[in-house]
Design a protein around this ligand. Structure first.
Ligand code: ADP
Ligand code: MG
Length: 249
C-alpha cells in the first residue's frame, strides 16, 4: 500500500528526514514510534502533501504509484487521510458544513453521487454516537472551543466518515484521558480492514495496548532505525529511546 524509499526532506534548508525507508502492507496497522523531534509529524505531513517541505530525494508510492506530484486533495481522493496532532479551530465553518464538503468532494472525485443532507446527517450521527461525541458539538464551528480530547475525537469522526485506504494518526493519543483513549482506539479498530492500512504515530506505548499494531518502526534523526513486531513497542517502553538517539547521531 505505502512504500517510501530513501526519503530526504528539508524545511528552510534544515534537513528533517534523512533517507527514510518504510513499507506498510495492505491491511497492516503500523506503529511509528520515536523521540520528540525525530521527524514523525514531518513524515505524516509529507505523505499528506503539506506545503513548505522540500523533497530533496526519494519516493513515496501509494499502491505502486508516486504521489509526490499530487496536490493534497488529490492524495485525499486516493484515500490518504491524516488525523492531525494539533487539529486547528476553524471559526465561521460549521462542523456539519465541513463534513459535508469533505465527504462530497471525495465522492465527486471517485465519480460517486453526492450525499443528500438527510443521508449525511444519518451517517454523521451514527458515527458520532459511536465516538461518544455530543450532537451539540456538531452544531458549532469546527473545533472552536472543543477540548483537546473532543478535537481528537472529531478527527476520528472525519476518518470514520471518509473511510480512507491509508489512515495516518499523528499522536492522536496525546491529551486524551483513558476513557477517550479507549473510544478513539475502538474507532480506529473498527476501521481495520483487509484493504486498509494505518500508520499510527505515537510517542508512548500506551495507545498500542488498545490498537495492537502488526509492525512497529522506530524513528530517530529523520529515518527509521529499527523495525519489528509489537514486542518492540514493549521493549521501548521499558528501555526508552536513549539507545536510538545515540545510534542515529
Ligand atoms: P516529531 O513529530 O517526531 O516530534 P517533527 O516532525 O515535528 O518531529 O520535527 C522534526 C524536526 O524538525 C524537529 O527538530 C523540529 O524542530 C523540526 N521542524 C519541524 N517543523 C519545522 C519548521 N516549520 N521549521 C523548522 N524546523 C522544523
Ligand atoms: Mg509530532
Amino acid at each position: 500500500m505505502l512504500e517510501i524509499r530513501n526519503l530526504v526532506v528539508d524545511i528552510e534548508d534544515k534537513r528533517i528526514l534523512n533517507g527514510l525507508d518504510l513499507t506498510v502492507n495492505t491491511g497492516e496497522v503500523a506503529a511509528i514510534m520515536g523521540p520528540n523531534g525525530s521527524g514523525k509529524s514531518t513524515l505524516s505531513y509529507v505523505i499528506a502533501g503539506k506545503e513548505d517541505y522540500t523533497v530533496v530525494d526519494g519516493e513515496i508510492l501509494l499502491d505502486g504509484e508516486s504521489i509526490l506530484e499530487l496536490e493534497p486533495f488529490e492524495r485525499a481522493a486516493k484515500g490518504v487521510f491524516l488525523a492531525f496532532q494539533y487539529p486547528l479551530e476553524i471559526p465561521g465553518v460549521g462542523t456539519m458544513t465541513f463534513l459535508k464538503a469533505a465527504l462530497n468532494a471525495q465522492r465527486k472525485a471517485r465519480g460517486e453521487a453526492e450525499l443528500t443532507t438527510p443521508d449525511l446527517m444519518r451517517r454523521v450521527k451514527a458515527a458520532a454516537t459511536k465516538l461518544a461525541i455530543d450532537p451539540e458539538m456538531l452544531k458549532r464551528p469546527l473545533n472552536v472551543g472543543f477540548s483537546g480530547g473532543e478535537k481528537k475525537r472529531m478527527e476520528i469522526l472525519q476518518m470514520a466518515l471518509l473511510e480512507p485506504s491509508l489512515c495516518i494518526l499523528d499522536e492522536t493519543d496525546s491529551g486524551l484521558d483513558i476513557d477517550a483513549l479507549k473510544i478513539v482506539a475502538d474507532g480506529v479498530n473498527a476501521l481495520r480492514a483487509p484493504d486498509r492500512s494505518s500508520l499510527v504515530i505515537t510517542h508512548y506505548q500506551r495507545l498500542l495496548d488498545y490498537i495492537v499494531p502488526d509492525t512497529v518502526h522506530v524513528m530517530a534523526n529523520g529515518r527509521v532505525v529499527r523495525s519489528g513486531g509489537k514486542e518492540l513497542a514493549i521493549e521501548l517502553e521499558a528501555n526508552g529511546y536513549a539507545d536510538y538517539r545515540q545510534q542515529a547521531a
